[in-house]
Design a binder for this molecule. Structure first.
Ligand code: ATR
Length: 279
């Protein structure tokens, strides 16, 4: 019988995960069916239970449910523990296993596909929600020299920095306006882990944060260039990424968690990129 998987989130209509996993299944010969699941913002657990009762074997979890998914896992990988957030659920006989593949997906895309070495770099992370949490430990493991976290709600940035318990991690104030002074801060890589781009919302980012920046990276892949990427481009960031590569890499790692088979990603990424660029 075909095993069922899905991506669960709200909103979810834009998700490209079904196309990615269908391609992985075709390449590897794994017999899976993968769908989209829209859950009410206050109805995550009920939606997961229903999917599981009707034969679901695993889920990808996207915003705003990564913290709910962490809470509903019985067992968690070390990287999910470190993140305090889960983007991959696997339903074993009676237990639910939670993992987080966001961080490894981001690092593989930046270093493997884009060819940007993270060791020795200063990184700025915008946001402190479920997406941001997954990438802190993997960035530190990749050898970055500093990580500044900034978030609209300052308390969440402070808590995320404290949870890392690493002297390389600190916080900076969320800017009140785009014309704000960069405060003498310089970054090699700027990562947007907020969900603002998905809703077409702008962020008041000082141009100075991108001066001398090698890579501005949109972590929450959506439909088309976000205000973040537009600001980064105008402010002179040398390279821009819309996060499609991270999406493919984290999906491949989730596929491995579920099926114990590692799908190759180059062809799937190239096909998606061609499709996105022609629309
Ligand atoms: P995800 O799982 O994608 O991280 P989330 O946990 O809901 O989703 O977190 C969304 C993140 O985007 C948060 O850091 C949020 O900031 P707050 O903690 O202040 O809510 C950030 N965010 C969303 N919309 C934003 C906006 N318009 N301006 C600034 N930050 C925004």
């Amino acid at each position: 019988m075909t095993d069922r998987y899905a991506v669960i989130g709200n909103p979810i209509a834009h998700s490209r995960s079904p196309a990615i996993h269908a391609r992985f299944a075709a390449i590897t010969g794994e017999d899976i069916h993968y769908e989209r699941l829209l859950a009410p913002v206050d109805g995550f657990v009920a939606a997961v239970d229903r999917f599981r009762r009707t034969g679901g074997r695993g889920l990808n979890v996207t915003l705003p449910f990564k913290l709910d998914a962490f809470a509903c896992a019985d067992d968690r990988s070390a990287r999910a523990q470190a993140a305090g957030a889960v983007n991959t659920l696997r339903f074993d006989d009676t237990r639910t296993f939670g993992d987080n593949t966001d961080g490894i997906g981001l690092v593989r895309d930046i270093e493997g596909r884009l060819g940007v070495t993270l060791a020795g770099r200063r990184v700025l992370l915008l946001g402190a929600g479920g997406a941001a949490r997954g990438v802190v430990a993997p960035l530190l493991q990749a050898g970055i020299t500093g990580l500044a976290i900034t978030n609209r709600s300052a308390d969440k940035a402070t808590a995320l920095a404290a949870a890392s318990a690493d002297p390389r991690v600190g916080t900076i104030d969320w800017p009140r306006e785009a014309s704000a002074d960069a405060g003498g801060e310089r970054f090699d890589v700027v990562l947007d882990a907020t969900s603002a781009g998905l809703r077409g919302e702008d962020l008041p980012l000082p141009a100075g944060w991108f001066a001398g920046c090698e890579l501005a990276y949109e972590m929450v892949y959506g439909t088309g260039p976000t205000c973040f990427l537009e600001r980064a481009r105008r402010a002179g960031a040398r390279r821009l990424s819309d996060g499609l590569g991270m999406l493919v890499e984290q999906a491949a790692e989730s596929f491995f968690v579920w099926r114990d088979v590692r799908p190759p990603t180059a062809e799937v990424y190239a096909a998606l990129r061609a499709e996105v660029d022609t629309h």
